[in-house]
Design a protein around this ligand. Structure first.
Ligand SMILES: [Zn+2]
Ligand SMILES: [Zn+2]
Length: 123
C-alpha cells in the first residue's frame, strides 16, 4: 500500500500503483502512454496488444493472440458439450460424419493412432 494515494494493481504484475500511473517497473504501459497500443477487449486490463477481431456473444471485439486462442477453445468446448461429444474419439467421429470440406476430412482420416491428444482416454 502507498499511504495517502489511491492505488490500483498493475494489470501485469499486481504491484500497487497510483491510479494516475502510466507505466510500471515490470514493463507495463498504460494505453495512453503507448500510441501503438491496441487494447485487447476480451478482459479489462489485458496487457497484450490486440491483433485480431473475434465475434463473441456480445459482438465483435479486438482481441490479443492469447485470448483469441482461449476464446476458440471455449467455443469448441461449448460446441462439443452441446453435441454431447465427450471424448476425442467421439469428437473425431462427429467431425468425420459432418465435415463437408474434403481435403480437411482426408487430413483427419490420415492421422496416425495416438497422434491426437487424449486419444488413449477413449479406449
Ligand atoms: Zn507491473
Ligand atoms: Zn487479451
Amino acid at each position: 500500500m502507498i499511504v495517502g494515494v489511491e492505488t490500483t494493481p498493475c494489470p501485469k504484475c499486481d504491484r500497487e500503483l497510483p491510479v494516475t500511473a502510466v507505466k510500471c517497473r515490470c514493463g507495463w504501459l498504460a494505453a495512453k502512454a503507448d500510441p501503438a497500443r491496441v487494447e485487447c477487449e476480451y478482459t479489462l486490463g489485458c496487457p497484450d496488444n490486440a491483433i485480431l477481431k473475434e465475434k463473441t456473444v456480445t459482438g465483435w471485439i479486438k482481441i490479443c493472440e492469447k485470448h483469441s486462442m482461449q476464446l476458440a477453445q471455449q467455443k469448441a468446448d461449448a460446441a462439443c458439450q452441446k453435441l454431447g461429444l465427450k471424448t476425442p474419439a467421439e469428437q473425431r467421429a462427429w467431425v468425420l460424419a459432418n465435415l463437408k470440406n474434403k481435403p480437411l476430412r482426408e487430413r483427419i482420416i490420415q492421422r496416425e493412432p495416438g497422434e491426437d491428444w487424449g486419444e488413449e482416454d477413449a479406449t
